[in-house]
Design a protein around this ligand. Sequence first.
Ligand code: NAI
Ligand code: MG
Length: 496
Amino acid sequence: MTVDVSTARHPFLDGKPKRMLIDGKWLEAASGKTFETINPSTGEVLARVAEGDSEDIDRAVEAARRAFNGPWSKVKPFERQNLLLKLADLVDKHFEELASLDTLDMGAPISRTKGSRLRAVGMLRYYAGQATAIHGETIENSLPGDYVSYTLKEPVGVVGAIIPWNGPLTATIWKIGPALATGCTVVLKPAEEAPLTPLRLAELCLEAGVPPGVVNVVTGYGETAGAALSSHMDVDKVAFTGSHITGQKIIQASAGNLKRVSLELGGKSPDVVFADADLDAAVPGASMAVFANSGQICSAGTRLFVERRIYEEFTSRVADFSKTLRVGNSSNPDTQIGPLVSPEQLERVTGYLAIGRQEGARPLSGGARLTDGDMANGYFVPPTVFADVRDDMRIAQEEIFGPVISAIPFDDIEEVIARANATTFGLGSGLWTRDVTKAHKLAKGIRAGSVWINCYQAMDPAVPFGGYKMSGYGRESGKQHVEEYLNVKAVWIKTG
Ligand code: NAI
Ligand code: MG
């Protein structure tokens, strides 16, 4: 199906306020309140959305608990697998529509969102596979007498999922997929900046046959709905993706019932370019490691360490490349760099552009908001390269979450490992070299959850992703992800 991505024609944008999904029913917020979600390319209002708060969270958690204790607990792995496969087929069938909804609501270029079909559908099929691969172990013990000991894997229960706005479709699948695979139930709180795709995906869950109460979506703000979900006494686990500041609040809120928490937080990831690298590949590679999605990616390689003898040449090539990228309305198929998600992000990122200059960094490209022509009402910042960045500058320490590279020279390998690790974060990292010894040394030496060598941001549903240090804990994708949604129970039988 080809969908015209202009606001007026998108089938989901029918002018009616969007309701939340609780217990298989589409409901207004208990308070009756709604909020607006906007298209960051144009500033236009796309839809009004139910503004859920703690009362709605209570209703959704009750529904999720009833489903968990009730019929859902009897559903066999084969049936959960089938639901996930049906959902995968529906996501595939409606993919263009889902991609354009992400583009309209959060501003990722349509070329980017359309390119994520394999990932979105593949994730669901991967979790479908995992649904029938869950098993405990029989463990030999050394007790005197005859005892058999084995383990059962059981779903943790009701999961509160809180997601950010930077990739709503895949973020939703990343939370719902493992829950359905393991037999958990979910209350999902989308980001207030981009709630539409999660709501559309929830419709597809119902169409796939997911029973009432198994997947619930409560739209609303973080301080109200999100806080209520993370402190709820009947939620067994919170799976959170977002900023480390909110992650810290989630941990505090989880203390009441000691619920399990997994956190996928931000980063200030190093990307290291050695003089021996294939520079023709490293220039676009290291550039898009930051500029993709306008820098709104948690693992973006924003600290670009370049070996000193190629520093001037390489940084000017990156700046030249950045000037070739087409910035504009995300619905335009030619656009490579869309807007930032919101006026708040625009203010934050342009604030860092000013800070970079004040700190003495040298801008080689970009550096100021774009307002030409039809960009006037959107939140556009062009790809920006700062040279002469020092490790102690704020633009080298803090997550900007915009299309901003901080380029830093280095001299040798031990030094660059130490400097790459001199951050509170540890999510992604990259390096570009033809020397396998250097590659392996850095792969071992960097304290981060992912290391990309001669590439950046490669992702697969089977390969775990997550953080060290203040980038969080727990892993998404891979077998570890499924384990995050399971409890281990030890069973003992005296047979003698
Ligand atoms: P945020 O972490 O506050 O928001 C993420 C989610 O958490 C949203 O659904 C929000 O409603 C919810 N939330 C907010 N406060 C909450 C609370 N007290 N309790 C429970 N849930 C809460 O991030 P925000 O404000 O959208 O962006 C601010 C900065 O955070 C960005 O500039 C960026 O640096 C970073 N960020 C990092 C992300 C990542 O993937 N690592 C994603 C989004 C933001
Ligand atoms: Mg929006």
